[in-house]
Design a protein around this ligand. Structure first.
Ligand code: ATP
Length: 257
């Protein structure tokens, strides 16, 4: 029997009078790869911001790995096991790969020597290499700073962070939007590797080909609401577009999976 890693019930976010997210009931099973699709302004990023602790929801519940959660910020969500790869990468340009992977985690990786905190570089380097190997990410020199890397390499570093810390859920918000063809292929290969490893994933994407290549299920948002929950094998691009545009209303939709 499958186990649920994430469930939202009635998840709602209003910005003043803007109802960006309304009553979202969403389920993700462990090991499942689900795409979130929808037109610009449909509420996809708002949904991601509520479940990753970036913002505080207006109402609704979030159950993560069996526990109801109220993350006070993104670090809280990371500590619980949610790794997020945003379109605008949360990487520091002037730091190298291990430093970036461990950014914000110094708490667990510092050795205490009296009043001084010393970074354990050996442990960091080894964990970084293991994380890169797990995702089959090829970075020529992990001592290079992020500023000297291509967009694709940067995205791979951000994704490798997921594997390094054995997260329970990976969320990618438009991970290839700014990438070229080859770089996109590399990122997509990493996503396939995560699938083979049983990693649970939410992929926000406008790219129909990519979605059909990579996920098991497609959830469509429209005007802040979930209007469709489609098994990839029971649908096609035309059907998905019909839900995205509102040609199909989703009136028949009654909750998640
Ligand atoms: N901080 C904010 N304040 C006010 N309105 C907001 C805020 N953030 C988002 N919105 C509004 O909420 C709605 C949903 O936006 P959201 O960014 O979640 O859409 P999206 O589906 O992610 O779109 P895109 O594909 O363009 O990223 C939009 O109408 C947007 O203008």
């Amino acid at each position: 029997m499958s186990e649920t890693i994430l469930e939202t019930k009635g998840l709602t976010k209003h910005y003043g009078g803007v109802h960006a997210l309304e009553d979202a009931d969403f389920i993700l099973e462990k090991g499942e790869h689900v795409a979130i699709m929808g037109d610009n302004g449909a509420g996809k990023s708002t949904f991601v911001r509520q479940i990753t602790g970036v913002e505080q929801r207006t109402r609704g519940t979030i159950v993560f790995d069996g526990t109801e959660v109220n993350f006070s910020g993104p670090l809280d969500a990371r500590e619980a096991g949610i790794e997020t790869v945003f379109q605008t990468l949360a990487l520091a340009d002037d730091l190298n790969v291990p430093d970036n992977l461990f950014l914000g985690r110094e708490k667990t990786m510092f050795n205490w020597l009296g009043p001084f905190r010393i970074l354990d570089y050996k442990t960091m380097r080894e964990a970084t290499l293991a994380g890169l190997e797990k995702t089959a990410v090829k970075i020529p020199n992990i001592r290079n700073t992020i500023a000297n890397m291509s967009g694709g390499q940067r995205q791979c570093v951000a994704i490798a962070r997921t594997a390094t810390f054995a997260s329970k859920l990976t969320i990618m918000d438009e991970p290839t939007a700014a990438l070229g063809v080859q770089e996109t292929a590399q990122v997509e290969n990493i996503v396939r590797t995560l699938k083979e490893q049983g990693e649970s994933l939410i992929l926000v994407s406008h790219n129909m080909r990519q979605v059909f290549d990579l996920v098991d299920r497609i959830v469509v948002f429209r005007r802040g609401r979930i209007v469709a929950n489609l098994n990839k094998d029971d649908t096609d691009g035309q059907d998905v577009v019909a839900y995205i545009t509102g040609a199909k209303t989703g009136a028949e939709y009654e909750g998640a999976a």
